[in-house]
Design a protein around this ligand. Sequence first.
Ligand code: PLP
Length: 341
Amino acid sequence: VRTTAVFADLPRIRLGHFPTPIEEFPTLSERLGVNLLVKREDLAGLAFGGNKVRKLERLLALPEARAADVLLTSGGPQSNHVRETAAAGRRLGKRVIAFLRGSADARAGNLLVDELLGAELRFVPADDYAPIDAAIESERAALSAQGTESFVVPLGAASGPGVAAWAEGMIEVLEQAPQAPDCLVVAAGTGSTAAGLALGSAAARSAARVVGISASWSEERLAGEARRLLAEAAAFAPAFESAVVGAQERLSWDGRFVGAGYTCPTREGQDALELLASVGVVGDLTYTAKAVAGLVTLIKEGVIEGDSTVVYVHSGGAPELFARPPEIVFGRQPILEGSLR
Ligand SMILES: Cc1ncc(COP(=O)(O)O)c(C=O)c1O
């Protein structure tokens, strides 16, 4: 696949700062026994960065998104995705309505930013997304009946364009990395970032494999979702079709670091948050800390080989820390009390 040509043909609107930097951390590398590089997607801009910015640059460039006056989306109360979509909508002059799972939490962290950015927040008391999807559909129909076009940004911006955006992110990594990466590690929510990295790796014929460390879903669910998303990416950018099998071969999931559930902190995660902080990098407890805990364990287990070149993709998420009690951030309170719902 002639990757640069593929991306040149895909529509894009500029929302963030790209390429995001890749940084070397010699002291951390020495401690972990690998050559560690960190892809600083937390510095992608828009509103506090993160892995959604490049996905939204592709997704919101679709003609149906450009034509819409309203963006409809969903997430948990501390959703980073909702925060980024709220910022993107404001920037593009669109109304944003976000359907949030659960009830109005403390107006802190991401929720505070959502409100500041003028997102209209609708809380749906539910454990899963079926009632939220139904609420979005009825809002879409109601707006349409008034002659207002809306565009649904899927949960986590997981979509063909979102996966293609991360295939491009992988090409960026391959161009930037001072040594060829053997392995990439990233947190997985919907798995679309990991799937895109693997697609980029296969398309560029890199040997790098990708491990998605789950923040929530089972390995089986992530694998099923990745199959669907990779097919969507190939439908969006047909040049990628020949790389889908290679992407699947390079991709694996690790569901061992979720702990008691989505957003619930874990001891290993609290340690990993401190490990990142020890080199001046701020993460979060829902995604990045669990991913780094996974990375550390995979190195200890020898699944990631000593002295290999590992790229940790920092996917953002730090604003959630401002919604957590300090005792949870510093690991001094029983972790079961730490869920953000
Ligand atoms: C900070 C952070 N990391 C990782 C993820 C997971 O991304 P993906 O849904 O692409 O797996 C998300 C969003 O869900 C996130 O907000």
